[in-house]
Design a protein around this ligand. Structure first.
Ligand code: PLP
Length: 401
């Protein structure tokens, strides 16, 4: 027997375990200090009442003989797929049908598993900085070549730099890319692609027979009209793109787990329907999200649910504004936070060093940009998830540091 040797190539500590280790070490030495955590991208507001009520009702259905549900459809219950197609796509004039939507337990799982559809010979392109899951999942599959310790990059990956100079908009690669991961609004930079900027990529993918893997986990935070909510708003995207969405940041489902992936039936490569392939993969390796959770997700689209989740999103958006304005006033170059819960700001030194300094001097936990790629090494990511009072205090402490 032989193990998958790719695991041995993966670089050391996962970003958030290293952050946790440093915070734990600091707290052990300074037990009186309570750091304010603006590091991990996890929501803090509880599930909204409409969702809780729907889940309670679903629990009692599960406890009665007449209304019990066993295995559901692997692709998700029709009631949820219909609600998503109607509210997230058709109501916005986007042509996506319920059977092109696959319900899952998370955008992370889907972004990681989508590689099952593609040969390991494909060349992947990712932004730098990037949500680490895209690269690591491809590394496990064997699609990334060798890990180059000195640069922190993989030999066979095309990196698309996101810098202040290019306004954090990825430019088309110099060499051919087969699989292109785009995240908008982006984690970690908090910036978003406009319709025009995204159109360039859709055109590229269709011309080159490439596939765009479009992560829209932060779609709910979009405020600017020129930023599309779905890649399918762009003509031609149905022929070249798969979209990942999640209830995690939209409705506080990070601990409840529900997401969905859209694979249009018009996405064909080498004569094969990627929709049919994903359906095969999903029904083989996945047994569906719980009925209770899907009923909770359905309630997100009710009138009450929409009003309640929008209030929570507005709360985080206001936090984002406070962070953005506060850090700007403190003299930092600040990006993102307008269409996203993430704020990305320039650090005056190496980001891990600045992480330590912010922890020790301001007692604020951030995320060092280096954890997202080499182009992040002089940036910090701060999240707007948290209590407004804490955010205000954290910004004050950084300002007077
Ligand atoms: N995609 C991006 C860009 C994310 O930042 C995250 C979570 O932080 C996810 C996906 C994961 O979403 P989920 O909770 O649905 O797995």
């Amino acid at each position: 027997m032989k193990i998958n040797e790719q695991y041995a190539k993966l670089p050391g500590n996962y970003l958030f375990s290293e952050i946790a280790r440093r915070v734990a070490a600091y707290s052990a030495e300074h037990p009186d200090v309570k750091p304010i955590r603006l590091g991990i991208g996890d929501v803090t507001r509880p599930l909204v009442p409409a969702v809780v009520e729907a889940m309670r009702k679903a629990v009692s259905e599960m406890g009665r003989l007449e209304t019990f549900h066993g295995y559901g459809p692997e692709q998700g219950y029709e009631f949820l797929r219909n609600a998503i197609a109607e509210h997230d796509f058709r109501a916005r004039g986007t042509d996506i049908s319920p059977d092109e939507i696959f319900i899952s337990d998370g955008a992370k799982s889907d972004c990681g598993n989508i590689g099952d559809l593609f040969s390991i010979e494909n060349k992947i392109a990712v932004c730098d900085p990037v949500y680490p899951v895209y690269v690591d999942a491809n590394a496990i599959d064997g699609r990334t070549g060798d890990y180059l310790q000195a640069s922190g990059k993989w030999s066979d990956v095309i990196y698309l730099p996101l810098t202040a100079e290019n306004d954090f908009v990825p430019e088309l690669p110099a060499s051919h890319a087969d699989l292109i991961y785009l995240c908008s609004p982006n984690n970690p930079t908090g910036t978003a692609l406009t319709r025009k900027q995204l159109s360039v990529w859709v055109e590229y993918a269709n011309q080159h027979g490439a596939v765009i893997l479009f992560d829209a986990a932060y779609e709910a935070y979009i405020t600017e009209p020129e930023v599309p909510h779905s890649i399918y708003e762009i003509p031609g995207a149905r022929e070249c793109a798969i979209e990942f969405r999640s209830f995690s940041k939209t409705a506080g489902f990070t601990g409840t787990r529900c997401a969905f992936t859209v694979v249009p039936k018009t996405l064909i490569r080498q004569g094969q329907s990627l929709h049919a392939m994903w359906n095969r993969r999903h029904t083989t390796k996945f047994n569906g999200v719980s009925y209770i959770t899907q009923r909770g997700a359905e309630a997100v689209y009710s009138q009450a649910g929409q009003k309640q989740i929008r209030a929570d999103i507005a709360y985080y958006q206001n936090n984002a504004r406070m962070i953005r304005e506060g850090l700007k006033q403190a003299g930092f170059s600040v990006y993102g936070g307008v269409n996203s819960p993430y704020i990305w700001f320039h650090a005056p030194m190496d980001s891990w060093k600045f992480f330590d300094l912010l922890l020790q001097k301001a007692h604020v936990v951030t995320t060092p940009g280096a954890g997202f790629g080499s182009r992040g090494r002089n940036y910090m990511r701060v999240t707007a998830f948290g209590e407004a009072n804490d955010i205000e205090e954290a910004v004050r402490r950084i300002t007077v540091m």
